[in-house]
Ligand binder design. Structure first.
Ligand code: HEC
Ligand code: HEC
Ligand code: HEC
Ligand code: HEC
Length: 474
């Protein structure tokens, strides 16, 4: 049975409401959706070609994603035998669930990603872009399927399987035979991707959910043709992807303990790095940087909605074009706790970049400086995971920052809501007693109500949710 992804998320949200007092009920974000109105707009094919013509990729990701490695991809069927990952029920006496295929096939939107390219919505996007069809165009397949080079297609490879096991876990050619008997390290050596590592996972997910500057490019031309707006937060998306794995004691013994706070933090830093790298690598579009890197709502909102306020992160005047600074803002909030000295540098470099980035030719240099700061924070975090006290400090920083929502755009409020929810899940889980959980849940829900529609952002509702949260985590 097929649930559309939107339906799935709504379902999770309602289920959570019914289990009010369980700690797991903190969440689930009713997925904040794209700018919805998309009437036809015809950008010429040449504009699209120009955008892809020069590949300014200087920077190579530290951890190559599966499609950049040459092992053969054997297809989902080769993982899905009933004694392997295709069981109908979880195996009891096994390290892994073994019903991963079923979860993916029946519940996970990734299994439908190719089918999406056959819908009327996709046909319209393809028409607007002048493509013969969406399902044959690399520009769509690169994120909606396992679009590896022809030489990496195994005998049973089938592009219509969408975003499948090997898209995330790596081509199975060299580990398929051995991986049930070998150690985890041996499997990694044979080409299994280290997806339990937050940085590796973040680089993987972000390459499609934000887009990268090499094989998974997304542009405002594609958005203008009708593609939904993308937004991403690693921990939230990891928890709403229907789980085909279980982080239990056995998992932690084999793969280490990466709690949700760590996953959120690394996700923000990697997203910031990807944004800055993309800004440097994409060709400018006329007077402007590639618009997909900017704040969508900076241009797309009714003129009658006059709610501009000064933003302490920039000196930009009213009416200025803005980058989408949401991940940078989160990275700064994180830096204040993780490394107060580096945080000052992050702040001044973020300000310098945002203040002059859009129009100035020195934008690349400013982006590089900031990239360097953020990489340093990420490296330090990899070596020493965040503590509980740091979690509390980050939560306070996020709430205090959010309370001054008048000077934030929608994208920042949306990221703040996902961040606060992710951090709360860790901070509260460790506090044990059941006090105030109902009030807390009410606050979380109110906060999300404020941001659940990009076109009807209600800062006052978002802020009242934060006040409730603040009062109940004391
Ligand atoms: C190869 C590209 C690709 C990769 C890698 C990828 N995704 Fe996705 N993801 C997609 C596409 C495309 C969709 C939309 C599928 C559809 O509805 O057609 C999607 C949908 C989702 C959704 C559902 C969102 C919604 O609005 O309902 C979640 C959650 C998600 N992905 C999480 C993740 C996480 C977590 C990772 C990393 C572990 C990840 N994705 C990696 C391409 C990718
Ligand atoms: C950089 C990666 C990327 C590229 C390139 C890309 N998409 Fe997507 N697309 C996504 C992701 C990720 C989602 C899911 C967004 C979410 O729900 O958060 C998505 C969602 C969609 C949806 C909405 C699906 C739904 O469930 O409502 C359509 C339609 C779509 N894409 C069509 C296309 C077409 C057609 C192309 C080629 C012109 C294309 N996409 C190129 C990543 C990409
Ligand atoms: C969108 C990316 C994505 C797709 C598609 C995907 N996985 Fe996973 N998978 C993950 C992530 C993330 C984890 C958790 C991190 C880890 O343990 O590596 C994971 C974990 C696992 C685990 C480890 C469980 C454990 O206890 O160690 C198995 C086994 C697995 N996946 C099998 C599959 C199979 C089989 C498919 C296809 C039917 C599949 N996955 C599709 C991302 C994905
Ligand atoms: C610098 C201003 C600017 C920014 C930033 C911007 N856009 Fe646009 N957008 C435009 C313009 C101009 C058009 C063309 C409008 C027209 O022709 O009617 C457009 C068109 C569109 C359309 C098609 C609307 C239609 O009438 O068919 C969509 C959808 C869209 N943009 C989405 C986005 C998304 C998503 C983002 C953020 C990632 C974004 N835009 C960022 C200026 C912007």
């Amino acid at each position: 049975m097929y649930f559309s992804s939107r339906f799935l998320i709504k379902l999770i949200f309602l289920l959570k409401l019914n289990s009010m007092l369980k700690i797991t009920s903190l969440l689930e974000l009713k997925k904040v959706r794209a700018l919805s109105v998309v009437s036809a707009i015809l950008f010429s094919l040449s504009a699209l070609n120009n955008a892809f013509a020069q590949d300014g990729s200087s920077q190579q990701a530290a951890n190559p994603n599966p499609e950049q490695i040459s092992a053969k991809h054997l297809g989902v069927a080769s993982c899905a035998a009933s004694t392997c990952h295709g069981s109908t029920v979880p195996f009891v006496e096994s390290n892994v669930l073994q019903n991963e295929f079923r979860t993916w096939n029946e519940l996970d939107p990734h299994a439908r990603a190719y089918q999406t390219l056959l819908t009327p919505e996709s046909k319209k996007i393809a028409r607007n872009l002048g493509l013969a069809s969406a399902e044959t165009a690399d520009v769509c397949l690169s994120c909606h399927a396992d679009n590896v080079a022809l030489a990496s297609h195994g005998d049973d490879f089938d592009i219509s399987e969408g975003v499948g096991c090997e898209t995330c876990h790596g081509g199975a050619e060299n580990y398929i035979e051995s991986h049930t008997k070998a150690s985890h390290q041996e499997n990694l050596n044979a080409g299994l991707s280290k997806t339990e590592n937050p940085t590796v996972r973040a680089e993987l997910c972000v390459s499609c959910h934000i887009g990268n500057h090499t094989d998974r490019k997304i542009t405002h031309t594609i958005m203008g043709a009708g593609h939904p707006r993308l937004s991403f937060e690693l921990n939230t998306f990891s928890s709403i992807q229907p789980a085909h794995y279980q982080v239990d004691d056995d998992y932690i013994a084999r793969k280490g303990d990466h709690n949700e706070l760590q996953i959120w933090a690394i996700g923000q830093l990697v997203a910031s790095e990807q944004l800055l790298t993309n800004i440097k690598a994409f060709p400018r579009s006329g007077l402007f940087p590639e618009l997909v890197h900017m704040d969508c709502l900076g241009c797309h909102q009714p003129m009658s909605k006059v709610d501009w306020a000064p933003n302490p992160l920039t000196d930009l005047a009213a009416g200025s074009l803005r980058y989408n600074d949401a991940h940078l803002l989160m990275s700064y909030q994180l830096a204040k706790t993780v490394s107060p000295t580096l945080a000052n540098e992050v702040l001044s470099n973020t300000q310098a970049f945002l203040n002059s980035g859009v129009s100035s030719s020195s934008s690349d240099k400013l982006a590089s400086k900031l990239l360097n700061n953020i990489e340093r924070i990420r490296t330090s975090l990899q070596d020493s995971p965040l503590s509980q006290e740091q979690g509390n400090a980050i939560l306070n920083a996020l709430i205090n920052n959010g309370l001054s929502a008048s000077h934030q755009g929608y994208a920042s409020a949306e990221q703040s809501a996902m961040a606060i929810n992710s951090v709360l899940r860790v901070v509260i889980a460790s506090q044990g007693d059941g006090s105030n959980k109902e009030a807390l849940l009410d606050g979380v829900e109110t906060m999300f109500k404020g941001v659940n529609n990009p076109e009807r952002y209600r800062p006052e509702v978002f802020v009242s949710g934060l006040r409730k949260i603040q009062a109940s985590v004391k």
